[in-house]
Design a protein around this ligand. Structure first.
Ligand code: ADP
Ligand code: MG
Length: 587
């Protein structure tokens, strides 16, 4: 729904853009519109980096200037055909993005921002110092494009074309699997990892893409300016790009486009604002951050929601078990016929021994309860099984093979899904999209095929979306499918996490205190859901404090106390074990 509104807005903008030279009598307006388009070619790519994957690059002006200089040197000095030079500029800047991103995208946010800033400053100094190549402080003339793009109006259409192309590419990325993965990286990297998003690779790919659009944008921008010096690419321009996206709103495409259009045009149209310069940008940024912190793109989204019937009344979660069973059967990969096991694992955190020589074996089609007082190491064991921690000694095995250093993502792909003690959802995504995200584990969407809008990617997206919807109907969240996940009640969040885990097509699903904070009725529903999961042949680890519940639904139970296993076996045997009663149940 949201995407359709955005698409309509984009279509209207395209029509308006196409007609501009006809109704505008002022050459300067055409120039201004061309400038907006050139900026947008860069910002559209940067938007995926900043607005979607949440990486704060403030140095894109460096890439813009490399693009412009490359174009000026190749076409102006060396006589290469302009369109070839644009391609080279894009490729070179993509490569620069790779060189810059490889080391710096591993850094925490603040350091990454600093690294991109340093990059921009270095590029500026380099342009100044390499006088032979760049003309130093004097600068370089930049050639125009061949006919019919050599007039202002001709160039304008070329710039519009560039803007439309990047809009479509980024649009395709944003609204499909890949874009949801990026948002996961931005809002909750732990979740992203849990559902199998290759966090670093996706960040890097997106950054390289933004380098390419910056290079192309730079070539167009340079040509529009017709003469460039290092001063053309002042650092404030970089901040300007960044501000356009923040004002436009993270996770939106129309928003940042409006951001750049308004921020570029307004000071020109309303003359007094031009005098205010950066003060005006600062004021606007402050206003947006205070009044609509999610950006002007969000205003549109809210507007679109207002047009829809509101249905946010709280509805009790009521699972539809036959439907859930069918939904699981429809997506189930090969059932894990072999166990997932921890073999005499010990886990130490400094002096704390969180787990001391614990063994546990999860089998397909069984519910295995794990109980014990707070701090007894239950979550730690779950983290070891799912790969968040490595054991200090001992081994984790799946189907008889040691998992060794296998990452969280790899384990997810091998069929180990989990939920979190405190639900980790992506609040700005819809409930449905939260669940679809689980499918990353086994589909691995490619950036290029997504950006190009290949039909098979779109088809797959639809199939996965339908499967996710079925899972949601199954766990009883039919009423909330289109809702933003941050509007969910606590119980709904828990059930959503389970649906997401199931979308990962797990052989084993590890549930960390899923009954925490649920009412008695909801716990009953949870029990039904877990039994249905078991019937589908999935192995369940149920870490829980509600012991009645555990003894009721589990096939086997393990009890931990301060990292040691004190009893494991049949629920009935564990429940009546004197030691278990003494350390845990009796309390
Ligand atoms: P439970 O889930 O049974 O309540 P945990 O597995 O969370 O217990 O914790 C077991 C012990 O390990 C606790 O003493 C806790 O403080 C410690 N612990 C868990 N994770 C870490 C960590 N990342 N760093 C240091 N100590 C930890
Ligand atoms: Mg815990």
């Amino acid at each position: 729904m949201k995407s359709r509104t955005q698409l309509l807005a984009l279509g209207a903008a395209a029509l308006l853009a196409a007609g501009l030279p006809f109704w505008s009598t002022d050459q300067y307006q055409v120039h201004l519109a061309s400038l907006i388009c050139c900026y947008w070619v860069l910002i559209a790519g940067l938007n995926l980096v900043v607005g979607y994957s949440g990486q704060l690059s403030i140095g894109h002006v460096g890439l813009l200037s490399i693009g412009a200089y490359t174009f000026a040197i190749l076409s102006g000095k060396w006589g290469l055909p302009p369109f070839v030079s644009v391609g080279v500029a894009g490729a070179l800047c993509g490569f620069c993005g790779l060189l810059l991103g490889l080391p710096s995208l591993r850094l925490p946010g603040f350091y990454f921002a600093m690294a991109t800033m340093a990059f921009a400053l270095i590029v500026g100094e380099f342009a100044l110092a390499q006088g032979d190549l760049t003309g130093g402080g004097v600068g370089l003339p930049v050639p125009s494009f061949p006919a019919p793009f050599d007039t202002p109006v001709g160039f304008y259409y070329l710039a519009v074309l560039g803007a439309v192309v990047v809009s479509v590419l980024t649009w395709n990325v944003a609204r499909q699997m890949y874009g949801r993965g990026l948002i996961a990286i931005r809002d909750n990297p732990v979740t992203a990892q849990a559902v199998g998003v290759p966090v670093f690779r996706a960040k890097l790919t997106t950054f390289v893409f933004s380098g390419m659009t910056a290079g192309v944008g730079g070539a167009l921008f340079g040509s529009l300016q017709s003469y460039i010096t290092p001063d053309t690419f002042h650092f404030e321009l970089s901040l300007f790009f960044f501000v356009c996206i923040i004002i436009g709103g993270r996770g939106s495409i129309v928003g940042p486009f409006l951001g750049v259009a308004v921020l570029t045009a307004l000071p020109e149209v309303v003359a007094p604002l031009a005098k205010l310069g950066n003060f005006f940008y600062g004021l606007l940024l402050l206003l947006v951050v205070l009044v609509v912190p999610e950006g002007i793109g969000r205003v549109f989204e809210l507007f679109a929601q207002r047009l829809r019937p509101r249905n946010s009344a709280s509805v009790p979660v009521a699972p539809d078990l036959p439907r859930l069973a069918k939904a699981i059967a429809a997506i189930r990969a090969v059932p894990g016929e072999h166990p997932l096991s921890a073999r005499v694992v010990t886990k130490q955190f400094g002096a704390v021994v969180a787990l001391d020589q614990v063994s546990l074996e999860l089998r397909s089609g069984e519910i295995h309860g794990l109980i014990g007082p707070n701090g007894s190491g239950k979550t730690t064991l779950l983290n070891l099984l799912s790969g968040y921690y490595q054991p200090s000694s001992g081994a984790i095995q799946l189907r008889g093979e040691e998992l060794g250093q296998a990452s969280v993502r790899r384990r997810a792909q091998l069929g180990v899904a989990r939920t979190f003690q405190k639900p980790r959802l992506l609040g700005t995504l819809s409930v449905l999209n939260n669940v679809v995200l689980g499918a990353w584990t086994h589909v691995e969407p490619g950036f290029l095929s997504t950006a190009l809008g290949l039909p098979r990617v779109a088809r797959l997206d639809r199939v996965l979306t339908d499967q996710a919807a079925e899972l949601l109907h199954g766990v009883g969240l039919s009423h909330a499918i289109e809702r933003r996940a941050n509007l969910l009640e606590h119980a709904e969040q828990r059930f959503l996490e389970i649906a997401r885990g199931l979308a990962m097509r797990p052989s084993f699903i590890l549930l960390d205190e899923p009954a925490g904070g649920l009412s008695n009725d909801e716990i009953e529903h949870l029990g039904d859901i877990i039994r249905t999961i078991r019937e589908a042949g999935i192995g369940v680890l149920l870490v829980e404090h509600h012991t009645d519940f555990v003894f009721r639904v589990c096939d086997r139970v393990t009890t931990l106390d301060v990292g040691r296993m004190i009893r494991h076996g049949h629920p009935e045997d564990v429940r009546t074990d004197p030691e278990v009663i003494r350390v845990y149940l009796g309390a």
